[in-house]
Unconditional design. Structure first.
Length: 251
């Protein structure tokens, strides 16, 4: 069994033993876990962590995606699909791609939210948004390879994928509203984007009782814009450019 964690993570002392315990039968190809937070004094890190915790609370035991920050793989499973796809040039979506291929090959992927690694979440807003932009970019490569997963998995939902286009529409429609050309378009896009942040934010607020979590709304709206910019870049790169440069097949 091969274990993966990240350079900004610290596994709990029983990490290996607990992870190995998840391999209950020969069909289990991977077992993964969740996060603890190592820098709670940062508001940004705190908000990022609480959003992730909220999502993990609703993930079932058997999933189609495990994050490489806290995951283990049966060696035979990794070898059966050829390991990670090295054409992903950044640490973004390469773990999704690997897990989707493992599941397609018949392996089971198990998620244990009680098995955690401590993590230093981002503390600088610009760095966080820049990272999210690249996530949007590499997701386009991911969904070109796995179009059936574009609607989400156990961690994300279809509503998550509506947010980046709405954020871009807000930016595009703002000058039109200022010129009184379709002034309602910006309001509709903004209110739609705002509404999509509300359920998760309220769920975190109910669980924590901390009013600071209301700051998730503007944080997630800004993240949607960053991801939207990355998605546009990814569409141009992986769909438009690749289709133009692909060599024709002669029969």
């Amino acid at each position: 069994i091969i274990f993966f964690t990240d350079s900004d993570c610290v596994p709990n002392p029983d990490w290996v033993a607990q992870m190995v315990g998840g391999y209950t039968d020969a069909e289990v190809g991977a077992v993964g876990g969740s996060y603890d937070m190592l820098n709670p004094s940062s508001l940004l890190a705190y908000l990022i962590h609480e959003e992730i915790v909220q999502r993990h609370l609703h993930m079932p035991l058997e999933v189609s995606f495990l994050g490489s920050y806290n995951v283990s793989f049966r060696r035979a499973a990794l070898e059966s699909v050829g390991g990670f796809d090295e054409s992903y040039r950044m640490a973004s979506a390469e773990d999704n791609d690997l897990c989707y291929r493992l599941q397609q090959a018949g392996w089971r992927l198990l998620f244990d939210r009680t098995n955690r690694v401590g993590h230093f979440h981002p503390t600088r807003l610009w760095g966080y948004y820049r990272r999210q932009m690249w996530h949007g970019y590499w997701r386009m490569k991911l969904y070109r390879s796995h179009p059936k997963m574009a609607g989400g998995d156990q961690y994300s939902s279809p509503l998550d994928f509506l947010q980046p286009p709405l954020a871009l529409l807000c930016v595009i429609s703002l000058p039109l509203a200022a010129l009184r050309i379709v002034p309602w378009l910006f309001a509709a896009a903004f209110l739609g984007l705002l509404a999509l942040q509300t359920p998760l934010t309220l769920a975190v607020l109910r669980r924590t009782g901390d009013l600071c979590c209301l700051a998730l709304i503007p944080l997630l709206m800004g993240r949607s814009l960053a991801r939207g910019i990355g998605m546009v870049m990814g569409i141009l790169r992986f769909f438009v450019f690749d289709s133009l440069t692909r060599k024709p097949t002669h029969i």
